[in-house]
Ligand binder design. Structure first.
Ligand code: NAD
Length: 351
């Protein structure tokens, strides 16, 4: 029930009138996917550990502190109360005074809550570095027969052992680590590929990111960021004809600036050599509200997961994971995986 969940749930209300007959609206890629509108996505259950959210209706929890993302829509009462999940490693060193868990509130059985709610798809929006907590929630989802959209860089869909578990149970999963609508990763991937496609040899590059939300505060704890750096770096490296030497590429979360709230700034620099080995440098500054940037993609991922459920397709979804996520099991150039997703939606490819 953090900032990204807030944007996602606001979006369900914001776009509730949009259907197949509406003209294309700004902010979403498809009005309808596989017959599903945004208004077909319903919140069935919700979990958090923060006492300011637990026990509240989802409509209140999404605006509760420390959430700080932009409010672009009201959210009507949902009748769904936020349940307490186990804390495990969800709260880190830098967030221990920021996320306030009350030990008097006891965790529920997540598996049972999922089953009782009739949930079909679990969206994981835990803090980066929640290795145990993610594995816990994903196993509960598997046990409850619920599909998963894994928005964070704890490797599940891209881990063959976990991928097989989903395949064996016939449950779809899309992951890992959501690739934002127009975020640092997709911008960096596209610009780096432009250099490569135009015959420019990239010598070195960096991508520095900072912001003022809980995600950036959490990522000040360097040990929690290991998988985030892997995910972000591989997302760019995999799109180049050959990987660059590790010491010539630096990508990662860089700092926390509290007054920026949910605003995120990315500085991107690519240095290369063009015709005659003459140098060329590109500098780019991207300024975004962080959380709607992920939500705009997750609404499509949820609908693709639902299509897979309808078709009884289990295991990691190759096309949706490659297009929507930074760290899929298999990477493809963005134009290729977009085509693959369109084919999947149209029923022309299995996964
Ligand atoms: N914004 C983006 O574009 C983007 C892109 C890629 C990945 N992500 C990832 O999505 C995740 C969510 O981002 P956010 O901005 O919403 O983060 P956030 O910090 O606002 O929300 C995290 C929420 O998890 C709760 N939590 C902590 N431990 C928990 C537990 N054990 N069980 C249940 N809830 C627990 C916290 O109380 C908080 O409400 C982060 O890992 C972020 O890195 C975001």
């Amino acid at each position: 029930m953090g900032n990204c969940a807030s944007s996602l749930i606001q979006g369900l209300e914001y776009y509730k009138g949009v259907d197949g007959n509406s003209p294309p609206v700004s902010g979403i890629m498809h009005n309808v996917i596989g017959g599903y509108r945004l208004s077909d996505i319903k919140v069935a259950a919700a979990f958090d550990v923060d006492r300011r959210k637990v026990g509240k209706d989802v409509s209140e929890a999404v605006f509760a502190e420390p959430n700080c993302t932009i409010r672009f829509s009201s959210v009507p009462k949902t009748g769904v109360e936020v349940l307490k999940g186990p804390v495990l490693d969800g709260i880190g060193e830098t967030t221990k005074d920021f996320f306030i868990a009350d030990p008097r509130q006891k965790p529920v059985s997540v598996r049972k809550a999922l089953e009782d709610s009739g949930a079909e798809i679990l969206v994981n929006y835990l803090p980066v570095g929640s290795e145990q907590a993610v594995r816990f929630y994903v196993q509960e989802a598997l046990d409850a027969g619920v599909a998963v959209v894994n928005c964070i860089p704890v490797f599940i869909a891209s881990d063959p052992a976990w991928g097989n578990k989903f395949k064996e149970r016939g449950i779809p999963i899309i992951g890992d680590d959501i690739k934002s609508q127009v975020g640092a990763t997709i911008t960096h991937r596209v610009l780096a590929k432009l250099f490569a496609d135009r015959g420019v040899k990239i010598e070195r590059m960096y991508q520095l990111n900072f912001g003022g939300n809980a995600d950036f505060l959490n990522m000040l704890e360097r040990s929690r960021v290991k998988s985030k750096k892997i995910s972000k770096t591989e997302a760019v490296q995999s799109n180049l004809p050959a990987p660059m030497p590790g010491d010539q590429i630096h990508i990662g979360p860089s700092d926390y600036v509290p007054f920026m709230k949910d605003k995120k700034v990315c500085y991107l620099r690519i240095e290369g050599k063009k015709f005659g080995d003459v140098p060329v440098t590109l500098e780019c500054r991207l300024d975004v509200e962080d959380s709607p940037n992920s939500a705009g993609i997750v609404v499509d991922a949820i609908r693709c997961a639902k299509i897979a459920l309808d078709r009884k397709t289990g295991g990691p979804l190759t096309s949706a994971s490659a297009y929507f996520m930074k760290h899929p099991a298999q990477q493809f150039p963005d134009d290729v995986c977009r085509e693959m997703v369109e084919e999947f939606i149209a029923g022309k490819r299995e996964r």
